[in-house]
Design a protein around this ligand. Structure first.
Ligand SMILES: Nc1ncnc2c1ncn2[C@@H]1O[C@H](COP(=O)(O)OP(=O)(O)OP(=O)(O)O)[C@@H](O)[C@H]1O
Ligand SMILES: [Mg+2]
Length: 424
């Protein structure tokens, strides 16, 4: 079985270096500064890993002026000398993409919690952000001490020192607080400090209903509401940009449905329920012919909302060849939704006993739902978006049997324990 490296390890950092171009584009001068820092600090930062995420989430980025304005008004505003700006919204509405855009536009320090990749610990957050602060503000520390990750004391000290030398506000972007691990006792999520020095801001994102602890002195909320006219205007802008940049194929599909460009934009805006993840899937499916006049007679029959889209797609794929779907497709996809880090085809073969050619077929057919990363000379896969993982957790058999299968296999790998058992 292939064991995965600790996220952020040399192996992972080396692996993503092929994306250096994207990363340079993302973080600009900041990236160069981080790259030139001493290894004891550089190896604590996840700047390249996150650079890959940022480049991917911003590939077709549009709009969001209303959110940029709201954040700009708060940072450095007379009524808000320091504090937390919490960006809230439903799954798939575009919080992570907005955080990525803030980093690219302004070169802000940043950390992304990514539950499907198991980047969610307080340790990962403190090591990364403390190292970024030391390097960015040239603070006199050669490394992040091991004890820095157990509470907020070291981070608070660095923020004080950085605020004393910075020539403007210090802004730290922190994505997906709801995906971070639960803190012990009554502590804040990720041990975030309750009080921030003047001129220091955290822009934090979280899902609407998430149950996390953030007891702080000053906090303002910015909403990405799915039904907000400003959000719906961005949704329409994304659709029109997509239609124009894939003009030939989209003209054909629209003609097949007998709808005008304007009518199509209106209808899809309404059906998306203001959700960007929905649009990414549905527009790709329409362009590539998976959803079109041949399969859906009228655009009124397009699914409404992200979960309805997942349900329809899953049921459609199953009905084409039910036996093979259950034997081949379902185990591979459910495993990819269960693993905590991206995995290789070898790993999937080991856990499913399916031939690698079959596994590759699943990956090819479900590529829009998966993320690929190259680690060394290996390609690894996992589910792209948490919302698809969540759909699979409640659909049919769920993910529990796969959690068990992964745990059993890990135990089998320990010397002197259970003998190897073939999966059913
Ligand atoms: N303004 C935008 N322009 C273009 N694409 C966007 C925009 N916002 C989001 N997207 C795309 O939509 C998809 C979902 O967005 P994102 O991952 O940011 O959602 P989210 O709100 O962070 O969801 P979750 O709560 O599940 O983390 C991504 O593929 C992202 O790149
Ligand atoms: Mg997100």
């Amino acid at each position: 079985m292939t064991l995965l490296g600790e996220p952020g390890s040399q192996q992972t950092l080396h692996a993503v270096s092929s994306h250096v171009h994207d990363v340079t584009q993302v973080a600009g001068d900041l990236y160069q500064l981080f790259l030139a820092s001493p290894p004891a600090l550089r190896d604590r930062m996840r700047i390249r890993e996150f650079g890959v995420l940022i480049a991917e989430r911003l590939r077709a980025f549009v709009g969001r002026e209303f959110a940029f304005d709201a954040i700009r008004r708060l940072v450095g505003g007379a009524d808000f000398p320091s504090g937390y700006i919490l960006v809230r919204g439903e799954p798939g509405v575009g919080k992570t993409a907005l955080m990525c855009a803030l980093v690219r536009k302004n070169g802000y320090l940043h950390h992304f919690n990514i539950a499907p990749q198991n980047i969610r610990s307080s340790r990962a957050f403190h090591e990364n952000i403390c190292a970024q602060l030391i390097v960015r503000y040239r603070l006199s520390f050669a490394e992040v001490p091991a004890s820095a990750v157990d509470d907020s004391a070291f981070l608070s000290q660095l923020l004080e020192e950085a605020a004393a030398v910075a020539d403007g506000p210090i802004v730290i972007v922190l994505d997906a607080l709801d995906e971070a691990e639960d803190p012990p006792g009554g502590a804040n999520q990720l041990f975030l400090p309750p009080t921030l020095p003047n001129g220091v801001y955290f822009v934090v994102s979280s899902r609407e209903q998430a149950d996390f602890r953030l007891a702080v002195d000053r906090r303002e909320d910015v909403y990405l509401r799915d039904d907000d006219p400003a959000n719906l205007a961005d949704i329409s802008l994304y659709i029109s940009t997509f239609v124009d940049s894939h003009a030939d194929r989209m003209r054909e599909r629209l003609a097949g449905w007998g709808v005008t460009r304007a009518r199509f934009i209106d209808e899809l805006t309404e059906r998306s329920q203001g959700n960007f993840m929905y649009l990414v899937h549905v527009l790709n499916d329409i362009r590539d012919g998976r959803l079109g006049p041949e399969t859906i007679e009228h655009i009124h029959n397009l699914p409404r909302g992200l979960q309805a889209y997942y349900r329809r797609h899953w049921a459609g794929m199953r009905s084409m060849e039910p036996e093979r779907f259950e034997r081949v497709f379902e185990p591979v996809l459910r495993l990819l939704a269960t693993v905590r880090e991206p995995v290789t085809v070898d790993y999937l073969e080991d856990l499913t006993s399916l031939a690698p050619s079959r596994i590759r077929e699943v990956i090819d057919r479900w590529r829009p739902f998966l993320n690929e990363v190259d680690i060394g000379d290996e390609r690894r896969f996992r589910v792209y978006h948490l919302s698809f993982q969540e759909f699979l957790a409640v659909e049919g058999m769920g993910l529990k049997p796969f959690h068990r299968r992964i745990a059993l296999r890990a135990i089998e790998g320990l010397p002197g324990l259970l003998p190897p058992e073939r999966p059913d």
